[in-house]
Each structure stands twice: as structure tokens, then as C-alpha cells.
Design a protein around this ligand. Structure first.
Ligand SMILES: Cc1ncc(COP(=O)(O)O)c(C=O)c1O
Length: 485
């Protein structure tokens, strides 16, 4: 074997940009010193694995050329930390991608996945089922409010959204209201990347390259207004009236043409936009008045992010369909799903019993590994009281985030639950550049993972984050903001 001289990959020569971080390559594995021997061995063996070639992999939602020039590589994880191939411990300020709510590589989740893989790797998802799918569905239904009792499994948030939209359309159809075909989303909404999700979603770059999308889709206005809401902790007072825009859309098209409204209770991907006070309650009332189904996309807010199992509980609003993914098994195995109200499910349960009631599903719906991981994650959430913990530390988290106010270029800081959005002023003629540099510097210079949406930074650490770590995260963010000013 030829000697490896690049610190990041196996190239004989140091590759462009791969030296970044290696300059400060002193091993900081002692951060994981409290972990047991097996875990340490796992981390060390993962660090020994090196990447040969960065060319073939086309990275999702990533500027590929910039990444491959100066990659941000992750080799292992434990609790609040990632470990880079050169042994740096990097704090996870984003719970993976809003998903590792219990922290990374938790022993019981790892063990559940290992045991399941040895016991049953896969069971046909159509016409057959395995026990853990029922067990997990029951546990999820028990966490959901009201009569949200029936759980349909898929493998991602995008699939959850498309599933919910299809259930809504089919629901009206089988009840003799097939004219209800319109779907209403919201500007600045993110509902994944399926054609349904990008059609109801409200992010221009996710839409404009991909043709005509679904027809018959309308959008509510975004609820964010900086002049009225800047530097708000929690739900802003201004903006509840924007729910009445739904009445305007109903008046335009006629209620009998509208199947469903879909919103994120808190819009995460476009920069942590909490719902204005009273907004979701008004949407619910308007939907009820017009026989329109209300869908909450809780792919980010589900499983504790806002201090409750679901945001529906925080706001006292029960949707007809609720999309989940990410946190269901703490991000450990791909999984998503839709929870339907009893009445929605029952509407389908008619006709000859040998006939399929809903012509929809995925090969990997309720995959055994995902279900086993889900059961272990729900145990952890319960045993460690992580949803309550999120609620308890929310004020401290908000306080720490608000310390960023007044730093150069900070236009707004918003918080809700254990999530914060920080708007930075865009550089003239280069929207998104400052944000991108901030994310890159956070990783390379501050040993911190954060998320960006243009020039907005998002922070949403695992719910196990300690009070000291919250302080540390926002100090690192402050340094980054100063560095990119
Ligand atoms: C609210 C919401 N819906 C849907 C999705 C899509 O999830 P996935 O990337 O698992 O398809 C996301 C992802 O961030 C999301 O935040």
C-alpha cells in the first residue's frame, strides 16, 4: 500500500483543501472519554476508514464543487459530538439535520438496530407485516393528540408529505366529494422534494427548475414580517390575522374545490419561523367551517423539538393528518409516516374486505430496522424525559440565542422550543455567500455544525444538550458571525 500523505483521503499528495482542519488535527477524542470502551473502539475504527475518491458522489442540496475542494467530512458520532477523520470533535448544533433528537449513536438504539438486523432484516410490506410495526404505530398514536390514531409508515419526510396529500385527495374522493382537488400550501413552506411537496412548498429554488408541478395549488402568505416580529422569543404577537387569507382563497375557488391545507406549525427549513399567536387555531376553524382537511407537517417539530411530542399539542390544535419523520427514531434509520384521525381512516374502511382500501405504499414502509430503532428512541425520549427537558430549557436557550442581537450584520434572532434562526445581512450582490461562509467557518474553525438557509443560520441541537453546551454553541456562533462580518 502506498503511503498516505493527504490527511483527509488516501491520495498520495495532499488534495486541494483537504488540509483544512488538519492543521489543528490534535486528537480531541478525550471529549468522548466518558463513553465506554466498545464505543471508543467503534469511533476509532471509523476514524481509520478513509475516503478514496470524492468524485462519484453527487451530494444532495450541496454546492458540490465547493464541497469537494474543501470537504466537511464526518467519520463517527456520539451524543452531542461528531468526529472528523482527523479526530476533531465537532459539536452538533443541528441534531444531524433536525433529526438526532436523542443525540447520536445512543447505546440502546444501536443495540436495537443490531439485534433487529440479526433477527429479521426485512418483511414484505404489502399483505404481510411484522410485530414491531404494530408496536411502533401504537406508541406513536399514543403520543399524538386527540383521535390521531392511525399511522401509515413511509421512509422520509418527503414521502410523508406526498402520502398525506394523496390521503387527503382520496378521502374526499371516496366520500363523493371528488371535486375537492385543490391543495393549499404556504410561501416559505418546506415539504420535502417530491412533486407534491415542492408544489405546496414555497421556496422558489426548489420549484422553478422543475416544470409545472401539480396543478390546482395555491399558497397562503408567509407569516414572517421582520418589522413586526424581529427578536421575538417564541410565537410572535403579530401575524395571527394572516390565517384569514385562507378565507380569501376559499372565496376565490369555492370551498367545494379544496381538499387540504398543509403547513409546518413552525417553518424550520426557511429559518425557524414560529407561528404567530392564534394563527394555527384560526386555520383550524376555517378548515372546519369549509370541510377542508388540515395537514400539519411535523417532520421537524415532531418528537420534542418544541417541548412536546408534537407541536399540535403545544398549540392545542389537532390536524386531520400529521406528517412525521426525522426524530421518530432519532435519525438512525430512514423512516417517515402520517398519522390520520380516526374519522379519516374509517372513511376508507368500506367495500369488499379483500380489496385494498388505499392504493399507496412503499417497499420499505415500516422497515424492521426503522421500527426497532423507533421503539428504542421512544423509550429513550420517555425514560430521559427529553420532551419535557426541551420545554424546561427553552427559556435558557432563547436567552442564549438573543445574546447575538447587536453583533455585526445580525438582522433578527428568532427562537421557539430548542430551535433558533439568525438572519444575517446579505453581502451586496452575493446573497447567501455570508451564510455559506458562516457554516463553513463554524465547522472548520469553531468545531460546530450549523444549518444555513441563504444568509439565515439555524441552530437546533439534540435535546440532550446541556446548559453549558448551549452557552458554548452560541459563543461559537458569535465568533463565526464576527468572522464573517
Ligand atoms: C417540514 C419538512 N417536511 C418535509 C421534509 C422532507 O424530509 P426528507 O428530507 O426526509 O424527505 C423536511 C426536511 O427537512 C421538513 O423539514
Amino acid at each position: 500500500m502506498r503511503p498516505r500523505t493527504c490527511s483527509i483521503c488516501t491520495a498520495a499528495e495532499p488534495r486541494d483543501g483537504h488540509a483544512v482542519g488538519a492543521r489543528r488535527a490534535q486528537s480531541r477524542l478525550e471529549v468522548a472519554a466518558e463513553t465506554n470502551g466498545t464505543a471508543m473502539a467503534n469511533i476509532e475504527s471509523a476514524l481509520a476508514l478513509q475516503t478514496n475518491d470524492l468524485d462519484a458522489f453527487w451530494l444532495p442540496f450541496t454546492p458540490n464543487r465547493a464541497f469537494k475542494r474543501a470537504p466537511r467530512l464526518i467519520a463517527a458520532a456520539r451524543g452531542m459530538y461528531y468526529f472528523t477523520p482527523d479526530g476533531r470533535a465537532v459539536m452538533d448544533g443541528l441534531a444531524g439535520l433536525w433529526c438526532s433528537n436523542a443525540g447520536h449513536n445512543r447505546d440502546t438504539i444501536v443495540a436495537a438496530i443490531q439485534q433487529q438486523a440479526a433477527e429479521l432484516d426485512y418483511a414484505a410490506a404489502f399483505h404481510f407485516a411484522h410485530a414491531k410495526s404494530f408496536a411502533l404505530a401504537s406508541r406513536i398514536a399514543a403520543l399524538a393528540p386527540g383521535d390521531l390514531n392511525r399511522v401509515f409508515f413511509c421512509n422520509s419526510g418527503s414521502e410523508a408529505v406526498d402520502t398525506a396529500l394523496k390521503i387527503a385527495l382520496a378521502y374526499h374522493n371516496i366520500r363523493g366529494e371528488g371535486g375537492r382537488t385543490r391543495l393549499i400550501g404556504r410561501e416559505r413552506g418546506y415539504h420535502g422534494v417530491g412533486f407534491g411537496g415542492i408544489s405546496v412548498g414555497g421556496i422558489v429554488n426548489n420549484r422553478k427548475f422543475f416544470g409545472t408541478l401539480l396543478t390546482g395549488v395555491d399558497h397562503l402568505p408567509a407569516t414572517y414580517n421582520r418589522e413586526q416580529q424581529a427578536f421575538t422569543k417564541g410565537e410572535p404577537q403579530w401575524g395571527g390575522h394572516l390565517a384569514y387569507e385562507l378565507e380569501r382563497i376559499v372565496a376565490l375557488h369555492g370551498a367545494s374545490t379544496i381538499a387540504a391545507v398543509i403547513v409546518e406549525p413552525m417553518a424550520g427549513s426557511t429559518g425557524v419561523l414560529p407561528p404567530p399567536q392564534g394563527y394555527l387555531q384560526r386555520l383550524r376553524a376555517i378548515c372546519d367551517r369549509h370541510g377542508i382537511l388540515l395537514i400539519f407537517d411535523e417532520v421537524i417539530t415532531g418528537f420534542g423539538r418544541l417541548g412536546h411530542a408534537f407541536a399540535a399539542e403545544r398549540y392545542g390544535v389537532t390536524p386531520d393528518l400529521l406528517c412525521f419523520a426525522k426524530g421518530v427514531n432519532s435519525g438512525s434509520v430512514p423512516m417517515g409516516g402520517v398519522i390520520a384521525r380516526e374519522s379519516v381512516y374509517e372513511a376508507f374502511m368500506h367495500g369488499p374486505e379483500h380489496v385494498i382500501e388505499l392504493f399507496h405504499g412503499y417497499t420499505y414502509s415500516a422497515h424492521p430496522l426503522a421500527c426497532a430503532a423507533g421503539l428504542a428512541a421512544l423509550d429513550l425520549y420517555r425514560d430521559e424525559g427529553l420532551f419535557d427537558r426541551a420545554k424546561r430549557i427553552e427559556p435558557l436557550f432563547a436567552e442564549a440565542a438573543m445574546k447575538l442581537k447587536g453583533l455585526p450584520g445580525v438582522l433578527d434572532v428568532r427562537t421557539v422550543g430548542i430551535a433558533a434562526g439568525i438572519d444575517l445581512a446579505p453581502r451586496p450582490g452575493a446573497a447567501g455567500e455570508r451564510g455559506y461562509e458562516a457554516m463553513d467557518r463554524a465547522f472548520h474553525d469553531e468545531d460546530l455544525v450549523i444549518r444555513i438557509a441563504g444568509d439565515t443560520l439555524a441552530i437546533a441541537p439534540p435535546l440532550i444538550v446541556s446548559e453549558a453546551e448551549i452557552g458554548e454553541i452560541f459563543e461559537k456562533v458569535a465568533s463565526v458571525i464576527r468572522a464573517v462580518a
